[in-house]
Design a protein around this ligand. Structure first.
Ligand code: ATP
Length: 249
């Protein structure tokens, strides 16, 4: 089966600095592929090229078999590229259920035809209720976002991103700022979402990476220095020296 996301030879330079240096990786259907690397390795630059916010100097990006290298961000979203909503896009004065309902409605185009309006509206709320019932926010549906803990906001952000039914979801440090219990809940939520879409997970939290990733690519100074399963990456001397050594210290 061809990969849902196929990145080949991506180069992006900023003046004299090569932030991504012929980066290639694939994300297969149903796969969680983690991208790890020290600060300044080029992870954000790579993600921004995948989203379409930065156009590469060289290389290609294929999404669901289509060449999207020069397609604007909205076109990529339409082809199934998802990204976690930023917490700042949550509506503080609305409840968890209302925020999720709005995200589902946005997927449906937001302007219901007059005839099926009530039926559609019910479908939206039914879907929101069923998603929430199976989530860590099951008891928080009626709570305003302003009253949620940080970890709960991140959970809601994830549910809203998944509600768009992306083919591949880009997750930019979903564990950032979470405590131990919240991290465990996020790992569980991502594991539960495994069958729904492929994921490219950029994450510094190695416990989460090793718990979730089917494959791991290691980016150092703009280059992929290793790629493989968790076991292969753990055992790779170059990776340990360049990156994991920091964790062991
Ligand atoms: N717009 C820009 N102009 C100039 N240099 C940039 C720009 N964006 C990134 N860089 C440089 O490119 C390199 C890669 O940065 P990038 O933010 O992609 O790394 P990162 O792996 O995401 O780091 P972190 O883990 O700290 O977020 C860094 O040396 C950074 O200073």
């Amino acid at each position: 089966m061809s990969p849902v996301l196929d990145i080949a030879g991506l180069v992006k330079t900023f003046g004299g600095l090569t932030a991504t240096d012929h980066v290639s990786l694939t994300v297969d259907t149903g796969e969680i592929h983690a991208l790890i690397g020290p600060n300044g390795a080029g992870k954000s630059t790579l993600i921004n090229q995948i989203c379409g916010e930065i156009i590469p100097n060289a290389g290609q990006i294929h999404l669901a078999g289509r060449d999207v290298t020069r397609l604007p961000p909205a076109g990529r979203v339409a082809l199934g590229l998802g990204r976690t909503f930023q917490i700042t896009s949550l509506l503080d004065d609305m409840t968890v259920r209302e925020n999720l309902g709005l995200a589902i409605q946005a997927r449906e185009g937001g302007n219901f035809r007059i005839f099926d309006r009530a039926a559609k509206r019910n479908e939206v709320w039914d879907e929101a209720d069923s998603v929430l019932a199976g989530s860590a926010l099951s008891a928080r549906a009626g709570v305003k976002v302003a009253d949620l803990a940080h970890g709960e906001k991140k959970q809601l952000e994830l549910l809203m991103a998944l509600s768009q039914r992306p083919r591949v979801l880009l997750l930019d440090e979903p564990m950032a700022g979470l405590g131990h219990v919240e991290s465990q809940q996020m790992i569980e939520a991502l594991n539960a979402a495994r069958g729904e879409c492929a994921m490219l997970l950029v994450e510094h939290d190695m416990e989460a990476v090793f718990a979730l990733a089917d494959r791991i690519s290691v980016l150092v100074y703009g280059r992929i220095i290793a790629a493989g399963t968790a076991e292969e990456i753990r055992a790779n001397p170059a990776v340990r020296e360049a990156y994991l050594g920091e964790e062991d210290a």
